[in-house]
Ligand binder design. Structure first.
Ligand SMILES: [Cu+2]
Length: 146
């Protein structure tokens, strides 16, 4: 009887995609930001997809990122820091196919031309500042559906 109840409870928990999303482990809605700001560094972020995003491994998606200081001037990352990208599908519990890497086109303007997603759907994007040793310093998260 107890087993049956546990089974039913698990079944009802699985029935809610919202629940799955929050408990998925790969991401939590609380960390998703509406404004893209690296808070500790006080760097504002504007990003757009220069190509895509495409929900297939056969097409590369390009993301362009602009970094601004508090005076709305473009700023480069300092001391060997770099941008990093990752994305997860919280509802299904997996990551993307290729996170690619960023190149700095001009001071404060970065592009990543090597991102591939393995399917369409709801994706939680993650943009990182990495230090020169490759450790994540700060993270921004936002949701996109495509
Ligand atoms: Cu998926």
């Amino acid at each position: 009887m107890i087993r049956l109840m546990v089974f039913l409870i698990l079944l009802s928990a699985c029935g809610s995609p919202r629940n799955n999303r929050v408990t998925g482990g790969l991401g939590t809605d609380q960390k998703v930001q509406s404004q893209k700001i690296f808070v500790q560094k006080n760097i504002k972020v504007v990003s757009y997809w220069a190509q895509g995003p495409y929900g297939t491994v056969t097409q590369k998606s390009f993301i362009t990122v602009y970094l601004y200081n508090q005076n709305d001037e473009l700023v480069s990352l300092q001391n060997g820091e770099e941008l990093g990208f990752y994305a997860v599908m919280p509802s299904m519990g997996h990551g993307l196919d290729q996170p690619g890497f960023f190149e700095e086109l001009a001071p404060g303007i970065y592009i990543n031309r090597n991102i591939t997603f393995n399917m369409p759907g709801d994706w939680e994007m993650r943009l990182w500042i990495m230090d020169a040793q490759g450790n994540m310093v700060e993270e921004i998260r936002w949701l996109e559906v495509f």
